[in-house]
Design a protein around this ligand. Structure first.
Ligand code: BGC
Length: 613
């Protein structure tokens, strides 16, 4: 057996071309030496040209197709030469360990390399806050918290750490960062947004460099995706997949700038939004995809559709040949078509044969996809680099995540300087989010929607408090607040939202706290000790009416696995430096509320107290 690194080095050389005969079956062509596209000494362009020359229509249709891992076999990967496979939210091998991910990836990659032209696949996942589907990976704060940090260098470091954890498992394509500008907090994806103004996501496109490296193809370099193009955060009523009804001028001013910034930073792919712009589904918006993104912004990477996104075009479930044609002609290069990928290939083949989709469009899509594969070094190093497995959930990454958590805390109220706590204070901790990794991690963690409970190893906020407080200090806990009395120096209620993702997290109510959380806080208040509320949520919540009864309020957002970062701020080991990335409503009925719209908020955009004043 050759090791993957040896294989990698040999693959571009003549030796590997000969070996490939044995390993993968049919030769590329009976010619001396390696085929030019396998020769890393040639330019990317020359390699892609050579490869395209050798490809049949079916080879090209395959490259444009991305099935979901549970709906394709290795044999079909070889036969249909698909360009990519994805894990949708929570779709993981069993057992869900990093090693098993690497085995799965290598198995699928071997199947791709067994094809006639040996074109490797890219494997895509949503590693939106760390390599978050893998049990044991480091889970970083969701974007809304990182937006509060105002620290693009930190976001870049997180991107690089995520890329390392991904590289260990082989996964080479990340459907992140989400560059949405969330304008209505009722939207279930508000926490995936770095903030309500374009400057924040634009600034945080450093995530792209973190993930990809200065250029693609470094040791732990994965392809980044700017998503969801464009206007996903601007839909009426915060309706996920809804309609963004604004004039072009506003679309360009609010929602386009982060994509412009990501293109400048060399992002390799862009994902199209499920939403519509003024009634037209983005998945068929030729003007915005082709003319604006590709021509005007000069995006040279490839465009991927969202999961079954082409089904959305005509509003009816499933997709038709017409929808396939519309999407490809609008400029979509790869189609995320999890289950019905065979039918997609058939429809596209028919559309090409009938002249509805020009061959030049198919070639352009392939050129874009293959260029990224060559740049990623996948032809030379197709297998998982298992030397990075030890970084998965490793101490260095968890330390980085803890710092990110501390930097993302926003102190909103601190009457009589109840915070920071003294190390030896006697404290009582309560609340449904106090001792629960799943609650503090939110959606897109292990599963698509996330779930309460010990879903992956980490430090809960309660664990963090115990770690940071003096070992002799008394820290008592009960989830519902029973047992508290007047002997405590302070009581901390850690409360908030249950995990959710996408449309299932859309809220049409007033964004109030859960009645159980309110009862817990009332129990703490009844003990007549200072009450500190730590809010673990993906968005601002309607707390105005309750706030007078609380002595301190900290917005912790969705911190991920390293709850000690919250404690670092509570105890003053870290200064609270986070600032609101969104405007905090005075009343749920104010939604949508954004800076400069004339509405009177509870806390304005950019608000955040410090200990030093
Ligand atoms: C989401 C995308 C995600 C994709 C793949 C979709 O439902 O909108 O953000 O990348 O699924 O999991």
């Amino acid at each position: 057996m050759l090791s993957s690194s040896v294989k990698a080095r040999l693959l571009g050389s003549g030796m590997m071309a000969a070996l490939a005969l044995v390993a993968y079956g049919a030769p590329v062509r009976a010619e001396p030496g390696p085929a030019p596209y396998l020769d890393p000494r040639l330019s990317v362009e020359a390699r892609v040209d050579d490869l395209l020359d050798r490809m049949s229509l079916d080879d090209k249709l395959g490259q444009m197709t991305q099935p979901e891992r549970r709906h394709i076999t290795p044999e079909e990967i070889t036969r249909y030469r698909v360009g990519s496979v994805l894990s949708s939210g929570g779709s993981a091998p069993s057992p869900n360990t990093a090693e098993k991910w690497a085995d799965m990836y290598d198995g699928l990659q071997r199947a791709a390399l067994a094809g006639r032209l040996r074109v490797p696949i890219m494997y895509g996942v949503d590693a939106v806050h760390g390599h978050n589907t893998v049990v044991g990976a480091t889970v970083f704060p969701h974007n809304i918290g990182l937006g509060a940090s105002r620290d693009p260098a930190l976001v870049r470091e997180i991107g690089a750490a995520t890329a390392e954890e991904m590289a260990g498992t082989g996964v080479d394509w990340n459907f992140a960062p989400c560059l949405c500008v969330a304008r209505d907090d009722r939207w279930g994806r508000t926490y995936e947004s770095f903030g309500e103004v374009p400057e924040l996501p634009a600034m945080m496109t450093t995530a792209v460099q973190g993930l990809q490296g200065d250029e693609l193809g470094g040791p732990a370099s994965v392809l980044a995706t700017a998503k969801h193009f464009v206007g996903d955060g601007g839909t009426e009523g915060g309706d996920d997949r809804g309609d963004t009804r604004i004039p072009e001028e506003q679309l360009r001013a609010v929602h386009l700038p982060p994509f412009r910034a990501a293109v400048k930073r060399g992002v390799g792919s862009v994902m199209i939004s499920y939403s519509s712009w003024n009634g037209l589904k983005m998945h068929q918006n030729r003007y915005l995809i082709n003319d604006v993104l590709k021509r005007e912004l000069g995006f040279t990477g490839f465009v991927v559709s969202d999961y079954n996104g082409i089904d959305e075009i005509d509003g009816a479930s499933g997709f038709t040949r017409h929808e396939v044609t519309a999407a490809i002609n609008a400029g979509i290069d790869m189609v995320m078509v999890p289950t019905e990928w065979r039918r997609f290939i058939e429809y596209l083949r028919d559309a090409v044969r009938d002249g509805d989709v020009p061959m030049s469009r198919i070639d352009d899509a392939n050129r874009r996809i293959l260029t990224k594969k060559v740049e990623l070094g996948l032809f030379e190093s197709p297998m998982a680099d298992r030397s990075y497995l030890r970084t998965v959930g490793g101490a260095a990454h968890r330390g980085l995540a803890r710092r990110a958590v501390a930097e993302s805390q926003v102190l909103l109220k601190n009457d009589h300087d109840v915070l920071p706590l003294d190390d030896d204070d006697k404290v009582f901790v309560a609340g449904g989010s106090a001792d629960d990794i799943g609650m503090q991690s939110g959606g897109w963690t292990i599963t698509w929607q996330g779930a309460p409970g010990p879903i992956t190893p980490g430090t809960t906020i309660l664990d963090g408090i115990r770690k940071v407080a003096d070992p002799s200090a008394k820290v008592d806990y009960s989830r519902d607040g029973n047992g508290v009395d007047g002997s405590y120096d302070a009581a901390i209620a850690v409360v908030g939202e249950k995990p959710y993702a996408e449309f299932l997290g859309d809220r049409t109510d007033d964004l109030g706290l859960d009645p159980e959380d309110l009862r817990t806080i009332d129990r703490l208040r009844a003990a007549d000790v200072p009450v500190i509320v730590v809010l673990v949520s993906g968005r601002p919540m309607d707390v105005a009416a309750r706030l007078p009864g609380w002595n301190a309020l900290v917005a912790a957002w969705l911190p991920g696995t390293e709850g000690a970062g919250v404690a670092d701020v509570l105890y003053g080991d870290a200064e609270p430096t986070g600032r609101l990335p969104v405007t905090w409503m005075r009343d749920g009925a104010q939604q949508p509320i954004n800076g400069g719209d004339g509405k009177e908020p509870l806390f304005p955009f950019g608000y955040g107290l410090t200990y030093s004043g």
